[in-house]
Design a protein around this ligand. Structure first.
Ligand code: SF4
Length: 729
């Protein structure tokens, strides 16, 4: 059985890791100074840093730092990749690099290009790079292009990119959330009229109960664990729902707390392990039990919600047997869960891609929201719904309009200020652009950050789609496999500054709807890196008529913030000219956090949904596979092959339960071929504490197994609902 060498997550091994990473850069004090600088943490969307300085959270608590943050910082401080490396490295060798190997190449410090038939990348000048990108875009019709952004970009760069794309003539603008949390945005908009969290960070310190479902914050949002431990120390309760038994969701040693560091802290009161894909069944079962217990807030339901009768009828008519079979749990599991929920005055229900990455991802969140509404846990302090967002500004990028379809108010203001045609139909989302590329209907793309190739299901299909685009422009700080395997026929890659290297401040929005200011800084390495805004403005000058915009305004971050304040709903406070330097510039996006039960829906009420049970039956000889991230990884970037908290030292493993191992006649370490409807992959068996009938493998490598199955409502791919078979290799 795969056993971690540590008995709790965090603690001294995490501290040692941080010190080793910092020392590995050769400039440990510089790492500390950078992490402490007044810039938003570059990693997750929990939102450390900003105006109050690094390692400070949104309510001013210090110190708040984690391995992830130092991992990213140390990576950005790597020396530049020398020009000779590109001259001597054949493209076939670059295409074979793993994410970890590509990450360790170093910083990209000058523009590079490769043409059809070329064997190597070559260094080019900025003017050649931007002119070639401009020529490629101008030589096609705008709707045969697309613009894709990761959640790393600043609000300023994101706003500018979508503006330039729309002025150029396409609404094919989208971001990485279309492959992760779009199901959350779609569901929450249906529930309470806004697609983001209903709570802020202060609510976590007021709530009685947290339900963490389909998420592993111990590895992906480590400081959220601090909040859970503090909640328990105040007498509150934590329920974890996850098919995998995750060490860090059971026990964690907080490095910032001497007692916890030595003795360790319990994270969860109840740990429930449904089968992969059984969440609607489980959540409906818990609601059914709450109805039996009369654990409902009738006054809230009656005054502030609609559609309760339909939801109630649906739940009452659904047999217990169907619910329990679907989630693979017992009545006592459900009862214990419902008892804790019924016994709490307030609760926050939080989730990540364990809920969204399913063919019924939107329904998962609607079923979860039903629980919050039934308990009256919406529209008051200390209660609500919290999608745990990944990259540090993924939410802000969406707020800035990097989306194929905008709210009417946003479109009207764009028309008024910039003459953008509001009648143009919605553009492609990420999957639609990939499909169009595969069909040969895309001629050029602009990829600002991220790894679009690695984020896709069906890696073979994704390679074919991106490799046949005649031209791709990638803007990045470091290289990843997407730049090689997912490049266009002619590809240009240009180097960007990180947010703590920018000459001008930038802003980012956390998952709590809080906008942080990053003060910028100086480049960490010598090179020709430019700010993202500068790069997009340079491209705009080449693809838009000279009189289209006031160009100086497009290059100034302050001017962009003024424009954002005029266009983006809720962002008025991003530009306050009278503010003195000493005053805090950060703010909560207006109209998002819901501390009173007046919801931004047409009648001010939140909506229940009668959520149908998805078909989760698998053939007896199949397991349902979910792809997961490891401790040594953030999104598609793999920093270390070892997954410390799951006891895996390699990434080509398939995690299955002891019962399933017995069923297949395999033991720990056996090589097997894992096959799905779209591909197969060789892996070693790792016997793990995962629910029977379920399997887990690492993303993005296991994307070769993930078919193009999408949630029909949000178009989020089902990275965690893949039927697979095992055969001995
Ligand atoms: S929890 Fe997230 S925001 Fe906080 S320091 Fe870690 S990576 Fe950064």
């Amino acid at each position: 059985m795969a056993e971690p060498e540590v008995d709790a997550a965090g603690g001294l091994p995490a501290l040692r890791y941080v010190l080793d990473k910092a020392r590995g850069t050769g400039h440990p004090l510089e790492v500390l100074a950078r992490v402490r600088s007044g810039n938003t943490c570059k990693t997750c969307a929990l939102g450390m840093g900003g105006d109050l300085g690094g390692m400070v959270n949104e309510v001013g608590h210090f110190p708040e730092v984690c391995k992830k943050s130092v991992q990213a910082q140390a990576g950005d401080m790597a020396p530049p990749i020398p020009e000779e490396f590109f001259a001597r490295t054949d493209i076939s060798d670059l295409e074979r690099l793993t994410s970890r190997e590509a990450e360790r190449l170093g910083r990209l410090a000058f523009p590079i290009a490769i043409g059809p038939g070329d064997r190597t990348f070559r260094r080019i000048s900025w003017s050649v790079a931007l002119q070639a990108a401009g020529d490629a875009l101008k030589s096609t019709t705008p709707d045969r292009s697309f613009f894709y952004l990761s959640g790393r970009s600043s609000n300023e760069a994101a706003f500018l990119t979508q503006l330039v794309a729309r002025a150029f003539g396409t609404n094919n603008v989208h971001n990485c959330s279309y492959y992760c949390h779009n199901a959350s945005s779609v569901a929450l908009a249906q529930v309470y009229g806004s697609g983001t969290s209903s709570v802020d960070l202060t609510d976590l310190s007021r709530t009685d109960l947290a339900v963490v479902i389909g998420a592993n914050p111990a590895s992906n949002h480590p400081r959220l664990i601090t909040q859970l431990i503090r909640l328990r120390e105040r007498g509150g309760r934590v329920i974890v729902i996850n098919p995998l038994s995750e060490l860090g969701l059971r026990r964690f040693r907080l490095p910032s707390d001497a007692r916890s560091l030595v003795a360790g802290s319990t994270v969860s009161d109840l740990y429930v392990q449904p089968r992969v894909g059984g969440d609607v069944h489980l959540l409906t079962a818990v609601l059914k039990r709450l109805i039996e217990l009369d654990g409902l807030d009738h006054d809230f339901i009656q005054r502030h919600t609609r559609n309760w009768d339909a939801a109630l009828d649906h739940v009452r008519r659904t047999p217990w047997e169907d619910l329990l079979t679907g989630c693979g749990l017992t009545r006592s599991d459900i009862d214990r869960c419902a008892d804790l929920i019924a016994g709490a005055e307030s609760g926050i229900l939080m989730w990540a891609m364990g809920l969204t990455h399913h063919a019924h991802g939107t329904d998962n969140i609607l079923a979860l929201a039903n629980l919050a509404l039934a308990r009256g846990w919406l529209g008051r302090p200390g209660a609500g719904l919290l999608p745990i967002r990944g990259h540090s500004n993924v939410q802000g990028v969406g707020s800035m309009g990097v989306s194929p379809l905008l709210k009417k108010e946003f479109t009207t203001r764009l028309e008024h200020l910039y003459g953008i045609d509001p009648r143009k139909p919605p553009g492609q989302d990420t999957y639609a652009s990939m499909t169009a590329a595969h069909a040969g209907d895309i001629d050029a793309c602009v990829l600002l950050g991220g790894n679009l190739w690695g984020s896709n299901p069906d890696s073979g299909w994704a390679t074919q789609a991106l490799r046949q685009i005649p031209f791709s422009l990638s803007i990045t700080t470091k290289l990843n496999p997407g730049h090689f395997r997912g490049r266009g026929q002619a590809a240009i890659i240009v180097p960007a500054l990180t947010r703590d290297e920018e000459a001008e401040p930038t802003t980012q929005e956390s998952m709590f709807n809080y906008v942080r200011f990053s003060c910028g800084g100086t480049p960490m390495v010598a090179g020709e890196m430019r700010s993202e805004v500068d790069i997009i403005a340079g491209l705009a000058e080449r693809i838009l008529p000279p009189d289209r915009f006031e160009w100086s305004a497009l290059r100034s971050h302050e001017a962009l913030r003024r424009a954002i304040s005029q266009v983006v709903p809720g962002y008025q406070d991003i530009h306050r000219p009278g503010l003195r330097r000493s005053q805090r510039r950060e703010f909560s996006v207006a109209g998002r956090v819901q501390h009173s039960p007046e919801f931004p829906t047409r009648d001010g009420r939140a909506q229940f949904h009668a959520v149908s049970l998805p078909d989760v039956t698998a053939d007896p000889d199949q397991l349902i596979l979910m792809t997961v991230r490891s401790e040594g990884q953030f999104n598609t970037v793999v920093y270390d092959d070892e997954d410390l908290y799951r006891g895996n030292t390699a990434r080509d493993v398939v995690m299955i339960s002891a019962a399933d191992a017995q069923r297949w006649g395999v033991v720990e370490g056996d090589r097997v071929l894992v096959s799905s409807s779209c591909g197969s992959m060789s892996a070693s068996v790792a016997i793990t504490g995962i629910s029977v009938g379920s399997a887990a493998m690492y993303y993005p490598e296991a994307n070769v197994l993930v078919p193009q199955v999408l949630d029909p409502q949000s178009h989020t791919p089902a990275f965690k609902s893949v039927p697979v078979r095992l055969t001995r290799a």
